[in-house]
Design a protein around this ligand. Structure first.
Ligand code: URA
Length: 220
């Protein structure tokens, strides 16, 4: 009984608001992994953060969204993408026919880099194995990298996001589609620019949905 209470508490912590019938193995692996994230001291970001932001969502998601690292609001509450960029991301997720609870939302680093700077190489090196372990447990059908920091740190690459967004990559044999970070759209001032990048991001999400449907025509 204690075990069941623990499991339900853990589901609540990771933001899942319904429980699926599923092999208990991945759930206990994710709980153990989350426990390790919540006590990590492998880089100096743990000293300046308020809360760890391990990631949250469905334990067997079709889509996993990966951002760069927690911002101010996320750091305050220990949850990913709950600030302004998160609100835009949620709208996109809803439009795709999903919700926060049916996808998984994570980040390259689990602690906020001070002043929202990009995570440094040593910080990514210390943290990336957590993301890899999450991907291995969650087995999403598609990974969506939000912005160049997420993409290039996941793939160990150096692509300009505007050149490769919407293209098909692969990580641990899972299709990866990069797109803009929602904050990039929010920082735009020009109306035409905003609708262009929103439209481009939406066309990237259509590719994600085509992959999930098993559409062979998605090109790399
Ligand atoms: N931006 C990110 O990259 N991740 C978050 O969790 C929030 C904002």
């Amino acid at each position: 009984m204690t075990e069941l209470t623990d499991i339900l508490k853990f589901y609540k912590e990771i933001g899942a608001d319904f429980v699926e019938k599923r092999d208990p193995e991945p759930l206990s692996e994710l709980r153990e992994l989350t426990r390790r994230i919540l006590s990590c001291t492998k880089c100096s970001l743990h000293k300046t953060k308020t809360n760890y932001v391990p990631g949250e969502g469905n334990i067997s998601p079709e889509i996993m969204f990966v951002g760069e690292g927690p911002g101010e609001t996320e750091d305050k509450f220990g949850r990913p993408f709950i600030g302004k960029a998160g609100q835009l991301l949620e709208k996109i997720i809803d439009k795709m026919g999903y919700s926060r609870e049916t996808v998984f939302i994570g980040n390259i680093v689990k602690c906020r880099p001070p002043n929202n700077r990009d995570p440094q190489e040593d910080e990514v090196k210390a943290c990336i194995s957590f993301l890899e372990a999450q991907i291995k447990i969650l087995e999403p059908k598609v990974i969506v990298c939000l912005g160049k920091v997420a993409l290039n740190n996941l793939l160990n690459s150096n692509y300009p996001i505007s050149k490769v967004r919407g293209q098909l990559f692969s990580f641990m044999d899972i299709p990866v589609i990069p797109t803009y970070h929602p904050a990039f759209i929010l920082h735009k001032k020009d109306r035409e620019e905003i609708s262009r990048v929103k439209w481009e991001m939406w066309s990237d999400m259509e590719k994600v949905m085509a992959i999930i449907k098993g559409d062979e025509a998605v090109e790399s």
